[in-house]
Design a protein around this ligand. Structure first.
Ligand SMILES: [Zn+2]
Length: 317
């Protein structure tokens, strides 16, 4: 018998295809994973189908949602463009999976999935207007508007990372220059930290030691860890990123009027060292400040499971 209260969510990551059975309270009852095939395309579809079929052996569910990084068509079926997966652009994933495992699926942008999970079970629980900004390698964006995820006419809505914030600024991977994610992402944090270290190598000895003594050896978690331990270079780099983030959020507030802005992604592990500069910058850059309520800026609550849980819940809604 089909269980309509349960749904399967699949999170397609760079290294793993993680599937889970999710109940109506957002609990993950069972997971199953496979490695993400480097060849992408058909191989990846097959891995997803295998994960679905394995989960179906124990839980007979009707609804399956797929969370994927990239632009997804507004009918929730086709990958229009994906930054990290080979041979997936233009592929109708839903029909490929129907052929492979005989079950209907819906495909959703990963940021939409995470935002939906935060809105139903996490930091934005019960709220009708929620924005999520995911600060990772790039910037992922999603907007829940009047209780519904904003997909737009073609599925490219709420891609905040590619909002232009600096005319003729740094060149972005999307093909234009001056995008928000060139200034407020985890990659931007690394660039700012490396610049600060290069200009003050003596003061940077401690932070350099975290990455085998070289600038190249440093990764994002070294910066957030160093900041939490009081390292001034790391704190400064996070404050710079937080400032860009908050300034961008001020603009987004005037577009979407959310009651809350949820910040996700690895960099939010720095907590208030990122969020406090963001709040200050939002107030500094907010149009008509003092004349209207402004959104709260908070950290995401659900962590890595959010994509899977959100995809499952969107599939049954
Ligand atoms: Zn861009």
């Amino acid at each position: 018998m089909l269980n309509s209260e349960l749904a399967i969510g699949i999170d397609i990551g760079g290294t793993k295809v993680l599937g889970g059975v999710v109940d109506q309270s957002g609990n993950i009852l069972r997971t199953f994973r496979e490695d993400t095939p480097k060849s992408g395309g058909h191989q990846l579809n097959q891995s997803i189908a295998e994960v679905i079929l394995e989960l179906l052996t124990t839980h007979k569910v009707e609804h399956v949602g797929i969370s994927a990084a990239g632009l997804v068509s507004s009918d929730r079926a086709t990958m229009l463009g994906t930054p990290n997966i080979k041979d997936w652009d233009g592929v109708n994933i839903a029909s490929a999976l129907f052929e492979l495992c005989g079950i209907k699926t819906v495909v959703e942008n990963d940021a939409n999935c995470a935002a939906w999970a935060e809105r139903v079970y996490g930091a934005g629980k019960g709220l009708e207007n929620v924005i999520m900004v995911t600060v990772g390698t790039g910037i992922g964006g999603a907007a829940i508007v009047n209780g519904q995820p904003l997909r737009g006419a073609n599925g490219t809505g709420a891609e905040f990372g590619h909002m232009r914030v600096v005319p003729n600024g740094e060149l972005c991977g999307c093909g234009i220059s001056g995008c928000f994610e060139r200034y407020a992402s985890g990659s931007a944090l690394m660039r700012r930290a490396r610049e600060a270290i290069a200009s003050n190598p003596t003061g940077a000895k401690e932070i350099l030691a975290r990455g085998n003594g070289t600038i190249e050896g440093l990764i994002g978690s070294h910066i957030t860890d160093a900041a939490r331990d009081g390292d001034q270079i790391a704190i400064g780099a996070l404050a710079t990123i937080g400032d860009w983030l908050g300034a961008g959020i001020a603009t987004l507030s005037m577009l979407f009027d959310p009651s809350i802005v949820v910040i996700g992604g690895g960099v939010v592990g720095a907590g208030e060292l990122l969020l406090e500069p963001a709040r200050k910058a939002m107030m500094r850059e907010m149009p008509f400040v003092g004349k209207h309520p402004v959104p709260e800026i908070v950290a995401a609550k659900l962590g890595n499971g959010a994509g899977l849980v959100g995809a499952a819940d969107l599939a049954r809604n």
